[in-house]
Design a binder for this molecule. Structure first.
Ligand code: SF4
Length: 329
């Protein structure tokens, strides 16, 4: 651990461990930059289907620059610039956008697109594809809509046990990118046990950023009395970080904004760990530290952690190779 900052005073001391890595992943950085560049290239408004990433602070900042977030493309005037969020969209949405002659910019994270491709490939091989994930999450709905025949969705080993399929069914699985690595391994084992002819990508569909943030929070949980996870309530990977800290036996709180922090949480805590979901900006971590400093004399240290150097190319419609494309209807 490296000392980052010290604020001393008459307040009781609090040691803060900052998890590393935490906060923005490469897919989120790419999605935000895509909206910013689209605004610069096309002018406001640009329409974004769903929150570009699951964070109100990020979306509010983009909204102030001219982004308009919609859940339904019926709200978008024909011929507009439309960006698909990092979570991906079903084909139905791509077709609606094409039919309305929108200029489409696809900010689907390449790691989500890889899951779409995997599901299609397994289906083409004649396998029954099981999607491990949470039904209703926008990424899962996108994946379900990117394949030719329906996928079977499971979120637990109990769901696998309840599947009404013969044991000799050729099966493949794909996963949501932001699941708990440990839980997913258990579900994969349950699938392999019930259906011996199973293929799949181990846990590699769970993206590098999710895995690194989960490992970091698991490690700091060994040293702290409380874990604060900066992230939105609808952020899957942030919720998993809370659960992982709790699984390690440490109380954990989700903190969507610094104003949500309750000083009563600190009661009995000498050391607090802070992490942030992949869609949570560092500014909220900084504001949370300021809130903590109102009540305690902080010593802030940063976990050494894994250094991430992954970046994704911007969508081809935005990086200069191509202007926004119009899909053929
Ligand atoms: Fe992509 Fe992973 Fe970030 Fe999701 S969490 S946007 S899959 S890099």
């Amino acid at each position: 651990m490296q000392a980052e900052r010290e604020t001393m005073g008459a307040k009781p001391p609090l040691r803060v461990l900052l998890a590393n890595p935490r906060g923005f992943c490469a897919g989120v950085e790419r999605a935000i930059e895509t909206v910013e560049r689209a605004l610069a290239q096309h002018g406001a408004p640009v329409y974004v289907r769903h929150e570009i990433v699951h964070n109100a602070r990020v979306c509010d900042a983009l909204r102030a620059k001219g982004a308009v977030f919609v859940e339904d493309l019926a709200e978008v005037p024909a011929g507009s610039v439309v960006i698909f969020s990092a979570h991906g969209v079903p084909r139905r949405v791509e077709e609606e956008a094409a039919a309305a002659h929108h200029a489409i910019i696809d900010a689907t994270c390449p790691l989500v697109a890889k899951v779409h491709g995997g599901a299609r490939r397994y289906q083409a091989e004649g396998r029954t594809v099981i999607l491990i994930g949470h039904r209703g999450h926008v990424e899962v709905e996108g994946t379900l809509g990117q394949v030719d025949t329906p996928l079977t969705v499971v979120a637990s080993a109990a769901d696998v046990a309840a599947l009404e399929m013969p044991a000799d069914t050729p099966v493949a699985y794909v996963t949501q990118t932001t699941l708990s690595v440990t839980d997913t391994q258990g579900i994969i084992e349950a699938i392999r046990t019930r259906f011996p002819d199973t293929v799949g990508p181990e846990t590699r569909d769970i993206c590098y950023a999710t895995q690194n943030r989960q490992q970091a929070v698991r490690e700091i949980a060994e040293e702290v009395d409380l874990v604060l996870v900066v992230g939105a309530r609808n952020s899957s990977n942030s919720n998993r970080l809370v659960e992982i800290a709790e699984d390690e036996g440490v109380p954990a709180r989700l903190v969507p904004a610094a104003t949500d922090f309750d000083p009563a949480w600190l009661e009995g805590s000498a050391t607090v760990g802070i992490t942030a979901g992949a869609s949570a900006p560092q500014v909220i971590v900084d504001e949370l530290l300021e809130r903590l400093a109102e009540h305690r004399a902080l010593t802030v240290e940063a976990q050494k952690g894994v250094r991430e150097n992954i970046t994704f190319k911007l969508p081809r419609e935005i990086d200069g190779r191509d202007r926004a494309r119009r899909l053929a209807v």
